[in-house]
Design a protein around this ligand. Sequence first.
Ligand code: SAM
Length: 243
Amino acid sequence: MRIDVVTVFPEYLAPLDLSLIGRARERGLLDLNVHDLRRWTHDVHHSVDGAPAGGGAGMVMKPQPWGECLDELVPEDGEARPRLLVTSPAGRPFTQALARELAAEPWLMFACGRYEGIDQRVVDHAAERMEVTEVSIGDYVLFGGEVAVLAIVEAVSRLLPGVLGNAASLDDESHNAGLLEAPAYTRPAEWRGREVPPVLLSGDHGKVDRWRRDQALLRTARARPDLLARLEAGSLDQRDRRL
Ligand code: SAM
């Protein structure tokens, strides 16, 4: 997968060199490029913002650098077009389902807003040339889109074939099949007077699976009853219903 990120703070994206994403890049599974928006400015101050039309607090990102940046990175005569993700607290909520959708795309491009956001005409103009999704990572407001991009790129990359050492670990994960995952334990069997639930040490895989399923249901009911309410009735078995 190719990923391009456009930002006025390229240094913010440095963590994308680390850990499993860094390794995926080294192994050629991820072709990730970070671009400084100021490259497409022409004044001595490399300014990217202007006062908001209509007045009000803060500044708005000017359309000119964004327009020239998108023209260069996505040439009119190029065959491929990215899916452009414009980070915004007013965007589509980012979920595991959207992460799966994005993981199937060959090319993602991220636009990181700053200040009061990007002039809306950039989004509307780009939407005539490529698929554009405004995306929010939650109902709160950040200073800029960079942290949102880190979260989205991490969630999407770990779904790409070959990025995770053991892809089976995706199967029972929280938000995969609508439930939160059961709590996890490791050695020692007893720590500070607290024991690993004995069933997990029993060696009986059937019982372990059943215990994990029960715990997943109980945890979801306690922490996220909204998820439980959305589960399809057909996905519950007899024992689930008794819980
Ligand atoms: N004035 C905007 C509003 O009220 O919708 C908020 C602008 S915010 C201070 C600056 C930038 O941070 C946004 O353009 C966006 O790129 C990013 N941002 C802030 N919160 C975000 C969130 N929850 N999800 C995704 N991006 C966010």
